[in-house]
Design a binder for this molecule. Sequence first.
Ligand SMILES: Nc1ncnc2c1ncn2[C@@H]1O[C@H](COP(=O)(O)OP(=O)(O)OP(=O)(O)O)[C@@H](O)[C@H]1O
Ligand SMILES: [Mg+2]
Length: 384
Amino acid sequence: MATPLRVLIVEDSASDALVIVRGLERGGYSVDWQRLQHPTSIRAALLRQEWDVIVADYGTQEQGGFDTLALLRERRIETPFILVLESLNEALAIEALRAGAHDYVMKSHAARLIHAVERGIAESRERRERRRAEEALRARERMQEEERTRHAVELARQRIAAQEAERQRISRELHDEIGQALATLLMYVDLLVPQIPADADELHEGIERIGAIARRALDGTRAISHDLRPTILDDVGLAAALRWLAHEYSSRHGGSITVEISPEKPPPLAADLEVALFRIAQEALTNAGKHAHAARVCLSLSFTGQSAMLVIEDDGQGFVPDRQSTVDRDRGIGLHSMRERAALLGGELAVDSAPGQGTSITASVPLRPRGRSLPSSPAGVARP
Ligand SMILES: Nc1ncnc2c1ncn2[C@@H]1O[C@H](COP(=O)(O)OP(=O)(O)OP(=O)(O)O)[C@@H](O)[C@H]1O
Ligand SMILES: [Mg+2]
């Protein structure tokens, strides 16, 4: 049975086109063909349907073979293209092959056309299959990459949850063990003081000193314990917890700090969102205290439409922010962990800083009322 073949013939001579068609039919093809010569109709025919092969006459006046080739390239159409030459012209043939033609035949050797068509179709099929295999490979690689990212996000989530749990444990131990021991020590000091003979000045002074040290250690333990576990979030909510952080900052580092929270009583947010915003503010203020030497710091929390925006700004010495979000051994992890926390909530963290220009950290996270679960695959979480 004859093999069906759809052939677009670019040719100005109807009789030459018929010669081509008869030649192909003799080669065992049932030819469904169209002869065209005007650029617009060729363009339309190429867009309208797929062709198995294009046979173009070099000499066709309105749309020569090379113009058709250029059109195919422009449209990224990979149909086999065979150029028909009046007579052997090597330079022209090479030029045609360079321009993307699959083959060329001379009008006088019409029998060779069958061979050229078969080869062109086989090559084009091979190319299509290769491309399909490459696309399948790329799709598989994309899926593997997505899977790795999902895995990384899950690991990051687990790491942060484990970190919070560990902080809570250490905070509890500090409070319950060392804090209680120091409180007991202070109680004994208070009991002892009235029993010291009035003339035992040195003993009195020594015990007082022990008391002062124990009180300082107890205050320090409480501060660390609070830092480790923002129980204040559970007790008084995010707004008050942020004000408390600001108060801690100014008593540790001096300078002025303003807090702007709008609305003053923010809506209740999902617990992990509150913890993340609190931790981001905590790290940003710690950084300001450690690195900025700022005269003024401003912490603001606002709610715009569907997201919360936390900004911590200082007028300190600034730095060159590293856009990389991965961690390496020699650098700190504060900025990375802030970015990661924001990304895990489906939000992002912008670090705006330059030497001498102060620093501004902006965390924007989508709002989620209490009880709603996390977005499935946040962007920006660096793989471990
Ligand atoms: N507010 C700031 N002002 C000036 N420099 C800053 C500020 N915040 C961060 N930096 C610079 O960015 C670097 C990275 O900060 P990051 O919080 O990641 O690490 P770190 O504070 O050095 O260490 P870690 O947070 O792990 O204890 C800091 O070492 C500092 O040089
Ligand atoms: Mg830091």
